[in-house]
Design a protein around this ligand. Structure first.
Ligand code: HEM
Length: 155
């Protein structure tokens, strides 16, 4: 087995854990929390769970990014970024960049404090906003997963 094959396996492993986790939070956890708790409890509960997932997402985002760039460099795929038919390559980098910004910059520096303040004032509205944001991120991520799988196998 060569290094690139291993990198690809690490890439897919990271994507499964990371996007799978986003899928679980969006389609199972958030709707369940919404039904079971009061608005104040919801935010506190969601905070506790999402904080744990945020660490997992940080590690898997790093793994996916490093293995992805390693593949681009090893197979010299840079030219693909100049062609629209490889839109899924752009989509992968875009999804990765958005999550990296959210997890490593926005969340620890501003988002966390902003979220707590807003949640204290308008818990219901804040929770709805969180749900909407998760759906948008999940949809774009899944379109990227499908596009990348079809595209990288010659589809
Ligand atoms: C820095 C960001 C990323 C880079 C540079 C990158 C790069 C790559 C490369 C070079 C490949 C192999 C393409 C080929 O075989 O022709 C690949 C495959 C793949 N990537 Fe990414 N990727 C990144 C992020 C992501 C993200 C965020 C996702 C998920 C949302 C993702 C999902 C996939 C999938 C599903 C495959 C196909 C695996 C397979 O079927 O063998 N990648 N990626």
């Amino acid at each position: 087995m060569d290094d690139a094959t291993l990198a690809r396996a690490i890439h897919v492993f990271g994507v499964v854990l990371w996007i799978g986790g986003v899928g679980f939070v969006t389609t199972v956890l958030l709707p369940a929390v919404r039904r079971l708790k009061t608005p104040e409890e919801r935010v506190a509960f969601f905070e506790a769970v999402e904080q744990r997932f945020a660490w997992q997402a940080r590690v898997t985002t790093l793994l996916v990014g490093i293995s992805g760039f390693y593949l681009v460099q090893t197979w010299n795929l840079w030219d693909r970024f100049a062609e629209i038919e490889f839109w899924w390559m752009h989509a992968m980098v875009l999804v990765w960049a958005v999550f990296t910004m959210m997890l490593f910059v926005a969340e620890p520096l501003v988002l966390h404090r902003w979220f707590l303040k807003r949640a204290a004032e308008k818990p219901d509205e804040t929770f709805r906003l969180i749900q909407r944001m998760h759906w948008v991120l999940l949809t774009v991520s899944l379109v990227t997963v499908i596009g990348a799988t079809i595209g990288s196998h010659g589809g």
